[in-house]
Design a protein around this ligand. Structure first.
Ligand code: AMP
Ligand code: GLY
Length: 439
């Protein structure tokens, strides 16, 4: 069978790498792919991103299954286009992807279905938003959280430590300049049903974050191994938020008790709620959790896809055949599936380009990339294969991922592999996994 993976990040390299291991898979195409997928003889990059052209390709090549990695094509309706053409595709429809593409949709959904999350209000009016911050901070104090509605590539959330910061964030996201343009944030109007620039203002949640990712076929749910990523740029969780500087699996903060609570209070009500609302969810559902000191999980966000970089360690631990799993997921038979996991810990360290996250430098040559080992794999993200070798082409460049019998051993192995890889200006954290080691 032939498989098509949509996307070009580390997550998609990991998906393609894992799918290629299935004895049933004869070829994996990646659109558009990256320098890592280009270098693997089992994978084939195709330079197509237009939905109709992708569907033409899938039809012509008799692709048995298409998997969509990133949020943008999901929010844009790629799954709807493929389904309308009778093509088998795994991912949520444009309507279901609103769980990620619109913060206001997700918050209203959680409120309606009594899914634990931070108290919030949604605003289109600048003055009303400012007044709410004053009232709310008066009641429960700072920090308070300001979120732009719509996809914002990780830049749409401000955890304001003071009221002044909150007011500034509101102006940046909602206020207009003299020409009537909204400042600061792309609100992606028109995608995911978002018609007007809006902000969600919500209470700050204290605790430890974890990523909880499941597969859904619309009715049945299978949970993947738990994971935790490190969003801040610098060691000890300092500096600006990024898309993720590293991740590991499993996440010890998700105890069996917390796991059961998440399934019963968050995941199952979400799947049932979406079905009840007439927009059944098929695809990977990622609940970003905040788990408080009492072990109570609350939803910080939903993503309608796998996490990046969480996917890289998670798929290193998956022993089951991913192609079989996704065929069940698209047949609606996930109730027949039980997943097998490597008992070891997997840990991935992101190597990012100089200037990441705001202004990453491109075009640096990457040296010392190792061959794949049974316990270590370098997944590519922002790389491109050129004459003369692999070069950087984006913010997150590589995710160096390794298995070990403990978090400490997986960490040592990942950093030992990383030490052999060089490109100018490489940025990485030296403490990925520290929360799990402290425990
Ligand atoms: P989001 O895009 O909604 O996941 O937000 C990005 C990051 O901001 C999260 O991973 C959290 O670290 C932080 N964050 C978002 N909302 C809250 C909240 N209500 N309380 C505390 N931290 C938050
Ligand atoms: N690692 C966070 C995300 O994929 O959104």
């Amino acid at each position: 069978m032939k498989v098509l993976v949509i996307g070009n990040g580390g997550r998609e390299h990991a998906l393609a790498w894992k799918l290629a291991q299935s004895p049933k898979v004869q070829a994996v195409y990646v659109a558009p792919g990256n320098g890592g997928t280009a270098a693997d003889a089992r994978l084939h990059n195709i330079a197509v991103t237009d939905f109709a052209q992708l569907a033409d390709f899938a039809h012509a090549e008799k692709i048995a299954l298409t998997v969509v990695g990133p949020e943008a094509p999901l929010a844009g309706g790629l799954v709807d286009v493929f389904r309308a053409r009778g093509l088998r595709v795994f991912g949520p429809t444009k309507g279901a992807a609103q769980l990620e593409s619109s913060k206001a949709f997700a918050k209203a959904f959680m409120q309606r279905h009594k899914i634990p999350t931070a108290a919030f209000e949604t605003f289109v009016d600048v003055a009303a938003a400012h007044a709410y911050v004053e009232a709310r901070v008066g009641q429960s104090g700072a920090p308070i959280v300001i979120k732009a509605d719509g996809l914002a590539a990780g830049k749409g959330v401000v955890v304001a430590m003071t009221p002044a910061e909150a007011h500034q964030a509101i102006d940046w996201m909602l206020a207009e300049d003299e020409a009537g343009n909204k400042l600061g944030v792309q609100h992606n109007l028109g995608t995911g049903g978002v018609q007007q620039p809006r902000v969600v203002i919500e209470d700050f949640l204290a605790g430890e974050e974890a990523s909880f990712i499941v597969l859904c076929d619309g009715r049945n749910v299978v949970s993947l191994a738990t994971s935790q990523d490190h969003k801040r740029l610098q060691d000890n969780d300092q500096g600006p938020n990024t898309g993720g500087m590293g991740a590991y699996s499993p996440a010890p903060v998700v105890t069996p008790n917390v796991h059961a609570k998440v399934m019963h209070e968050i995941i199952l009500p979400t799947i049932q709620g979406m079905a009840k609302d007439g927009i059944p969810f098929t695809g990977f559902l990622y609940a970003g959790l905040m788990i408080d000191a009492q072990g109570q999980p609350r939803t910080v966000e939903f993503n309608c896809r796998l996490g990046d970089p969480e996917t890289q360690p998670i798929l290193m631990r998956l022993k089951s055949d991913l192609f079989d799993l996704l065929m069940h997921a698209t047949d609606g038979t996930l109730d027949q599936v039980e997943l097998q996991w490597d008992r070891r810990v997997a840990l991935g360290v992101v190597m990012a380009a100089s200037g990441y996250p705001l202004n990453p430098r491109k075009g640096d040559a990457i040296h010392g990339l190792p061959a794949e080992a049974p316990d270590a794999m370098v997944f590519h993200a922002g790389t491109v294969a050129q004459e003369g070798g692999v070069h950087t082409s984006g913010g997150r460049v590589l995710c160096v991922t390794a298995l070990g019998d403990s978090v400490k051993l997986a960490q040592q192995r990942a950093y030992a592999v990383l030490a052999g890889i060089h490109f100018d200006g490489a940025l990485y954290r030296r403490d990925i996994g520290f929360r799990a080691i402290k425990r």
